[in-house]
Design a protein around this ligand. Structure first.
Ligand code: SF4
Length: 85
């Protein structure tokens, strides 16, 4: 945890303990392919979140979701009125 930092536009992977991140990866990797966003879509969504003022320590302030989880589900969308993804 010593190397972790806290900042507005961080993802969970930047601020949470390694054990949490490992559990998150196991969960996301275990999602059924039918519901999981493919890697390119996931990375594009995360890129857009990282450039958004609504991202706060891994959480979207509009919906309260952890963006890394929300972005991983294909049918989910950005909750902004002018959706970013
Ligand atoms: S408003 Fe959309 S782009 Fe911004 S953090 Fe939330 S999900 Fe990501």
């Amino acid at each position: 945890m010593e190397n972790k930092r806290f900042c507005k536009r961080c993802l969970l992977q930047d601020i949470m303990p390694d054990e949490f991140i490992e559990n998150m990866r196991i969960y996301l990797n275990g999602l059924d392919d039918e519901i999981k966003a493919d890697e390119n879509l996931y990375q594009e969504r995360i890129r857009l979140c990282l450039d958004c003022d609504n991202l706060n320590e891994g959480i979207c302030r509009l919906c309260g979701c952890f963006v890394e989880y929300r972005a991983a589900i294909k049918k989910r969308a950005c909750p902004a009125i002018h959706s970013r993804w």
